[in-house]
Design a protein around this ligand. Structure first.
Ligand code: MLT
Length: 323
């Protein structure tokens, strides 16, 4: 029996480089764990196109929504580790989720082959167009008066919009009614028709609507203003100290994906980030593209570990405060 096992192991080792030499020889699926049209989907579709060109095979987006993105990520984590199933995860699925899902079916830091960050995405506090508040201070006063009468939209427990929203409410001391969606694409549609009052969402989903005046932005939760929205004050300028949050979107493969395949995928993502068209689209949407050592699998692994460690106590405290 031992001889057969040894032969199989040798065959696998010998085959690995050959497998990587032929990879990819068919289309690649990238799971986006939220509904089409939201920030995760937007970033994925922008980088998928130049990645397809770099790899010589189409990267097909598959939206698998639910449970704040953890449904799609769980499916991706269980896929064959052959480089043909990727995931676009983010600060929610691979940072906040462990604090909010006691029985999470994956470990963000152990169950993936990280490929690299695709986009940093500052968070914006945004309300419906006819929201009575006209600045962040008025918004906070309004939110405090509403009790549970205000409708706060998000993309499911543990999503970026949910976790950054919990944090904002804990700072404001507010307890709104949460309205969950399968993504902040659909949430934004309802906000534009006035059905929900506010949310905290990623800039790439909002720049167009803010500039069109179909939603009302109150502040951006970064230390400096965004070049994409130079007139939008930071939370600190507008009156909230201590609410500085940014999200990020990143490409993952299942754990066990061959190292040579990971290298090819890293190179394809980097070529997408350097692609003039993709870079312009992401810059115009306010994304912050990773450069240098912030790119690639090693940096992403460190980011996941740091973000889980950062968000776990913050969210547990915020959840306790909301009780
Ligand atoms: C979220 O975590 O809020 C998601 O990014 C929303 C989305 O991409 O639809």
């Amino acid at each position: 029996m031992k001889k057969i096992a040894l032969a199989a192991a040798i065959a696998a080792i010998v085959a690995a480089p050959a497998f990587a030499q032929t990879y990819p020889n068919k289309a690649i699926t990238m799971i986006v764990p939220f509904a089409a049209g939201g920030p995760t989907d937007i970033v994925a579709r922008i980088v998928a196109e130049p990645m397809s060109r770099a790899l010589g095979q189409t990267v097909i987006i598959e939206n698998v929504a639910g449970a704040g993105g953890t449904t799609g990520i769980t499916r991706g984590a269980g896929a064959a580790a052959d480089g043909y199933t990727l995931m676009m995860g983010h600060m929610g699925t691979h940072g906040a989720a462990p604090a909010l899902y006691p029985n999470l079916k994956y470990d963000p830091a152990k169950d993936f082959a990280p490929i690299g960050v695709a986009a940093g995405t500052p968070i914006i506090i945004v309300g419906k167009k006819d929201h009575p508040a006209n600045n962040l201070k008025e918004f906070i006063e309004w939110a405090k008066k509403q009790g549970d009468k205000s409708n706060h939209a998000h993309a499911g427990i543990g999503s970026v919009s949910h976790s950054t929203g919990i944090l904002l409410n804990s700072i404001m001391g507010t307890k709104p009614t949460f309205i969950p969606y399968t993504g902040t694409g659909p949430a934004l549609n309802d906000m534009m028709s006035g059905q929900v009052d506010y949310m905290t969402d990623q800039i790439v989903n909002l720049v167009g609507q803010i500039n069109a005046g179909t939603v009302k932005a109150f502040a951006i939760a970064t230390a400096a203003r965004s070049p994409a929205l130079p007139n939008l004050p930071t939370t600190k300028e507008a009156g909230i100290d201590g609410y500085e949050v940014s999200a990020w979107n990143a490409v993952f493969a299942p754990k066990g994906t061959p190292a040579d395949v990971v290298k090819k995928l890293e190179a394809a993502l980097n070529s997408a980030l350097d692609d003039a068209g993709a870079k312009k689209r992401l810059d115009d949407l306010g994304a912050v593209s990773p450069v240098g050592n912030d790119r690639g699998s090693i940096a992403l692994q460190k980011l996941v570990e740091t973000e889980v460690a950062r968000w776990t106590p913050v969210l547990k405290a915020a959840m306790a405060a909301s009780k």
